[in-house]
Write a protein that binds this ligand. Structure first.
Ligand code: PMT
Length: 223
């Protein structure tokens, strides 16, 4: 049990960026490499969980023993996550989901013209918020990628999205956030506890986060 505290638990992890298509050639995206989410998926599998990884386009291989569902757009991520949600015990949303997508996806290449080009965008669905509204027994973990007022926004997200833990990273800090092999995070929990972690490898951050999740899960199981 101690080696496999997540045995018989289903863990769903989202990772990577989404791509929102403008035309057959161009898309709107962000800097997520998937490293943070892939580290969480790998660690959860090591702890005995049955892991599904819903991932945007990244260039790293899926960890062994993890079920990979590859998607491109925020809408596809939403469909994949919602299809798995009811049978899942823990959801960790480390993906950097686009908040906006082009209002129109052109079926042919957009031709360049002189002067300014203005494009309209519409909001994508907030997947984390949707899960927070639909959750029954699941432990819901969200991320918050911020550049200012990290604690304020993280606490706000904890409430607004009905999450159990928010993992906040200040992506302007050296060694934190997108692309690198390290992160600096603070864990904000529903019970009001705040745990500030030092600069750690993403593998170690994953381990610390999963230990928090294991604690929450065993409290739930005791009820
Ligand atoms: O992939 P790496 O290169 O390793 O980088 C890791 C990371 C910086 C991407 C990761 O640590 C991180 O912060 N992920 C969340 C990025 C993000 O989109 O944050 P946000 O504050 O915009 O979103 C808050 C939460 O809502 C996130 O859990 C996000 O998955 C979720 N969300 C956002 C928009 C949306 N439409 N649906 C969502 O579910």
């Amino acid at each position: 049990k101690t080696n496999a505290p997540l045995k018989n638990k289903k863990v769903l992890v989202t990772a990577g960026p989404t791509r929102e298509h403008i035309d057959p050639i161009r898309f709107f995206t962000n800097h997520s490499s998937g490293k943070m989410g892939y580290a969480i998926a790998e660690k959860a599998a090591e702890l005995g969980a049955e892991v599904t990884l819903v991932s945007g386009p990244v260039s790293i291989p899926a960890p062994a023993g993890v079920k990979l569902i590859s998607i491109e757009t925020a809408e596809e991520m939403k469909q994949a996550v919602l299809a798995e949600f009811s049978g899942t015990d823990v959801v960790v949303k480390s993906a950097a989901v686009a908040d906006y997508r082009p209002l129109v996806t052109h079926s042919e290449k957009m031709k360049k013209k002189d002067g300014l080009m203005v494009m309209e965008f519409e909001r994508t669905t907030d997947i984390l918020k949707t899960l927070g509204e639909e959750k029954t027994h699941q432990i819901l973990v969200g991320f918050a990628a911020e550049t200012t007022d990290v604690e304020f926004y993280a606490t706000k997200k904890l409430q607004a999205k009905n999450a159990d833990i928010i993992v906040a990273n200040n992506i302007k800090q050296e060694g934190a956030g997108f692309s690198g092999d390290t992160n600096i995070v603070t864990l904000f929990s529903r019970d009001g506890s705040i745990r500030e972690l030092p600069l750690l490898s993403k593998d170690k951050v994953a381990e610390e986060l999963l230990m928090e999740i294991v604690k929450l899960q065993s409290k739930k199981d005791q009820r």
